[in-house]
Design a protein around this ligand. Structure first.
Ligand SMILES: Cc1cc2nc3c(=O)[nH]c(=O)nc-3n(C[C@H](O)[C@H](O)[C@H](O)COP(=O)(O)OP(=O)(O)OC[C@H]3O[C@@H](n4cnc5c(N)ncnc54)[C@H](O)[C@@H]3O)c2cc1C
Length: 514
């Protein structure tokens, strides 16, 4: 297969860049490893997307982003977002796609979240990501220039230095010319060659024991980029969401917007505790709230804390948070009357593949957008509701840049053929290896890190990686083995970055060894 643009991932970043470049007449192949295009972290986004408040300004938003990011943000990225963000929301989401954002008296309903100095967030009830993605997908599905391949797994990026049969290519500037892909139904492995490739493969929460992310968020993109020698930044900054539902049925995000609307964090004895940690109390930045909860759980010896919004009117709660209300009702908690048990979970990767304002990576002909990328916007911690906006801004910018014809992008070398093996892998090995990765990351590379814990994590993961690479080469490739190979690589990449970063800042909290 050959195309102008190969896009890996159908979350908000992937679909918006697909539309922009397809509108410009480019032939796009959009792949996702999932059964449907409605996948990734995007449909799980609840709270909303930053637009603009009544008394807002780019300077105010910039100051909030910098404050949340613990001063570690990249200024050009902030400028890009604060100057273009609300224009793109208006042009693309409101005017082009008609996203059904909630209204209040004929204007958009503006809400607030932690660390925002203004109510400036718009939302589709408490299912903003789904509301946006579904609408865009109706256009993606019918666009004549977009070919969709679901249940297709990107195994590795094709690069001149790694895959060309022509020895001369090793002296050329390193470049990407597509990806090797597994058709998960036929088990066939084949190359898709592309003038430009966009990685939009989302986050990595599943390398942690507790996460708000769905199954597919395994860090595939970081692993592929790492193996191709692409530069990554800030991987130590993993944002832990303070409030995910603590229940046997699994984790479910209890949006920050609840606290924005007045919900209070209390301990098992009913005492408000966040004001002991920060003057903004329950609305302090996420890293501070997460560690405050962690500390309170240790102090009280209780496995969770509680979020209480029962002082608000029932009808208001049900109307504003229908998905959270229904999810809690399913497990027997009526949030209009009862407190919600919550714990922190790995939620968002602030770092990723380093890119500029149009999504270009350090490897020619390779772009990265959305959560897999690191624009530098989030610095050491992400301001709530800024990531959907980042997907939109960089998705549009990249869709435009990638559509510019450049002669050098027309080179496609012959490559080695890829053989599929026949031996099936024992699923018990996969399950056990995931447990090792997830527990190691949670306990040693989680909310509170120490140098000893990080070194221990590196030793465990390096050993595991060599075992996994060994059976990866001998068995029939499936989604499970590929995700495991990527998971261990991404976990190691996070550990490497974390070990290098000796200063506690934002989400990265390092404690001196006793
Ligand atoms: C529970 C939750 C709530 C959130 N709430 C908000 C919010 O209110 N506001 C906000 O701004 N942000 C929020 N976020 C963050 C935001 O949703 C994500 O950062 C954003 O949606 C990421 O979009 P993306 O396009 O980069 O990737 P994703 O939406 O994660 O999509 C990734 C895509 O890549 C595909 N993929 C991955 N690997 C491969 C592979 N190897 N081969 C083929 N396909 C692959 C996946 O199948 C998927 O289609 C939330 C996140 C979560 C988890």
């Amino acid at each position: 297969m050959k195309t102008d643009i190969l896009i890996i991932g159908s979350g908000l970043a992937g679909v918006i860049s697909a539309i922009v470049s397809a509108d410009k007449g480019k032939k796009v192949i959009l792949i996702t490893k999932t059964k449907t295009l409605l996948s990734g972290n995007t449909p799980h986004a609840q709270g909303g997307i930053i637009f603009k408040g009544i008394n807002d300004s780019p300077e105010k938003l910039k100051s909030d982003i910098l404050k949340a990011g613990a001063g570690n943000c990249w200024n050009p990225a902030i400028e890009e977002l604060v100057n273009n963000g609300s224009k793109y929301v208006k042009k693309w989401l409101i005017d082009r796609f008609n996203i059904p954002f909630d209204q209040s008296e004929d204007t958009l309903h503006l809400t607030s979240e932690a660390a925002h100095s203004e109510p400036r967030i718009i939302h589709v009830k408490d299912q903003t990501g789904k509301g946006i993605q579904e609408k865009i997908l109706t256009e993606v599905n019918n666009h004549p220039n977009i070919q969709i391949l679901t249940e297709h797994f990107a195994v590795d990026l094709l690069t001149l230095s790694h895959h060309s049969k022509n020895p001369i290519d090793i002296y050329k500037k390193p470049a990407c010319f597509g990806a090797i892909v597994l058709d998960m139904n036929s088990a066939e492995i084949f190359p898709i060659k592309a003038k430009n490739t966009i990685l939009a493969s989302g986050g990595l929460g599943q390398i942690y024991l507790h996460t708000s992310n769905p199954e597919e968020a395994r860090g595939d993109g970081i692993a592929m980029a790492w193996r191709a020698g692409v530069r990554c930044f800030n991987l130590e900054y993993i944002q832990f969401h303070p409030t995910t539902l603590f229940h046997d049925t699994g984790r479910f995000l209890i949006s920050e917007a609840l606290r924005g609307e007045g919900a209070i964090l209390i301990d098992k004895n009913g005492r408000e505790f966040m004001s002991n940690f920060h003057s903004d109390g329950s609305l302090a930045p996420r890293d501070i709230v997460s560690r405050g909860i962690h500390q309170t759980m240790l102090d009280t010896g209780h496995p969770c804390v509680y979020l209480d919004i029962s002082h608000k009117k029932s009808s208001e709660i049900i109307n504003r948070f229908p998905a959270i209300y229904n999810k809690c009702i399913e497990i027997g908690i009526d949030i209009t009357k009862e407190q919600i048990p919550v714990v922190p979970s790995a939620h968002y990767s602030c770092g990723g593949i380093g890119v500029n304002s149009v999504g270009k990576t350090s490897l020619k002909r390779l772009y990265a957008i959305g959560e897999v990328s690191c624009t530098g916007l989030h610095g050491a911690n992400r301001l709530a509701s800024s990531s959907l906006l980042e997907c939109l801004v960089w998705g549009v910018n990249t869709g435009i840049d990638v559509s510019i014809e450049r002669d050098e992008n027309n080179y496609f070398p012959e490559i080695w053929s890829w053989e599929q093996e026949y031996k099936e892998i024992d699923p018990a090995l996969i399950a056990q290896d995931w447990l090792t990765i997830k527990n190691t990351m949670w306990n040693y590379v989680g909310l509170i890190r120490t140098k000893d814990r990080l070194i221990r994590a590196r030793t465990i993961l390096r050993h595991l990686q060599s075992e996994i690479e060994e059976f990866y080469r001998k068995v029939k490739l499936t989604r499970e083995i590929l995700e495991l190979r990527n998971g261990v690589q991404t976990a190691l990449s996070v550990v490497s970055a974390t070990l290098e970063s000796r200063e506690s800042r934002g989400t990265h909290f390092i404690q001196e060894n006793e």
